[in-house]
Design a protein around this ligand. Structure first.
Ligand SMILES: NC(=O)c1ccc[n+]([C@@H]2O[C@H](COP(=O)([O-])OP(=O)(O)OC[C@H]3O[C@@H](n4cnc5c(N)ncnc54)[C@H](OP(=O)(O)O)[C@@H]3O)[C@@H](O)[C@H]2O)c1
Length: 322
């Protein structure tokens, strides 16, 4: 099969190659997926570049997310899964067979039935972003009737945080950096969209809700002051990224707010919470509550350019087609 692979860390153009390799066979508890579309996330280039290295066993096919059809199952997996259209999550986390290839293999629970009507683009956009968004929103209980702020509401995680929060019955505000991203956040369903560079951002958000219940955060260093201005004893600030720099923690201000800080790394979210995320995302998909961001497509042969686009901060999702 054709696959993108790397066997050492480095720049995409230096280490990422398109090769012919043997098609993998599913082991016990695994499924094999014929990949239709592979979704690219920042974690993919960070793993490949060595910025946040993950172990490489001989070689690594990158990308966790994708849409495809199960065409073989390993020992212990229901044969009826063959032919099922699925979205995948963390495909490259436990082995070398990511989704940037014609076929991928992964544990059965990481290939989830895609409801009828859900597009391949949406399926390939879900894995890392929607699973992360779910954990940020729900690790500390339901958000029905609560006030949620999503920082970076036009990003991939931010997009699904808005949609999942709205589906769960929350009021949602989002921050963005300009009009194009504001439109994306509004389309996702945000009740209020604020430019975080605007001097009146805190006032606009305070008018929306004097205190927030959840702040889904990706730039704690840049935004902690804004977040604390909107925080109280009922606020959970949940951070899932280290963009662009670590914060200096203003302990007294955090104490005054009685705020709770939580950090999320999807790779290490406990399995029951991952399974709950899969179940809730499936419900939201079936209800038509999730949508795809605008996509940029690359053929598998141009996987280097696809990863470079994500590394450069492409708006929307970057997809690779084997
Ligand atoms: N912990 C985990 O398990 C986990 C899971 C998924 C992703 N991540 C990390 O989360 C980050 C985002 O991932 P993604 O896939 O959502 O990326 P993305 O689609 O590129 O979105 C990132 C968004 O953040 C916005 N942003 C940047 N600085 C901001 C700030 N100070 N305030 C508000 N928004 C800001 C960007 O827009 P502007 O620059 O225009 O504001 C952009 O819309 C990456 O670093 C990724 O590695 C971590």
């Amino acid at each position: 099969m054709r696959a993108a692979v790397y066997d050492s860390y480095g720049a995409a153009a230096e280490v990422l190659r398109i090769v012919d390799i043997d098609r993998p066979e599913p082991g016990p508890g695994e499924v094999r997926v014929r990949i239709e579309v592979s979704g690219v996330n920042p974690t993919d280039w960070k793993s490949r570049s060595g910025a946040t290295p993950r172990p490489i066993k001989d070689f690594q096919v990158p990308h966790h997310d994708g849409t495809g059809v199960i065409d073989a199952v390993g020992e212990g997996v229901d044969q009826n899964r063959v032919g099922q259209r699925v979205w995948t999550w963390m495909a490259a986390a436990s082995g070398r067979w990511g989704t940037a290839a014609e076929w991928s293999v992964m544990p059965s629970r990481q290939a989830v039935a895609l409801p009828d009507g859900a597009s391949a683009e949406l399926g390939a956009s879900l894995g890392v972003p929607a699973m992360t968004a779910h954990r940020c929103l729900f690790a500390d209980g339901p958000v029905d009737g609560k006030n949620v702020l999503v920082a970076g509401g036009a990003g991939a995680v931010g997009h699904f945080a808005i949609e999942l929060a709205k589906f769960a019955g929350a009021r949602v505000a989002a921050t963005v950096s300009g009009p194009e991203k504001a439109e994306l956040a509004r389309r996702a369903g945000a009740d209020l969209v604020v430019n975080y560079r605007d001097a009146s951002a805190a006032d606009q958000l305070r008018e929306f809700a004097p205190q927030l219940h959840r702040i889904v955060e990706l730039a704690l260093g840049a935004n902690l002051e804004l977040d604390l201005a909107l925080s109280g004893p009922q606020t959970y600030i949940v951070d899932y990224a280290a963009e662009p720099a670590d914060p200096v923690l203003p302990v007294r201000k955090c104490m005054n707010a009685n705020v709770v800080l939580r950090f999320i790394l999807l790779y290490l979210v406990p399995a029951p919470a991952q399974d709950q995320a899969v179940a809730d995302i499936t419900r939201a998909l079936a209800a038509g509550a999730l949508s795809a961001l605008p996509v940029t497509r690359f053929p598998l042969d141009q996987c280097v350019r696809a990863q470079q686009a994500v590394e450069a901060g492409a708006v929307g999702k970057v997809l690779v087609e084997p």
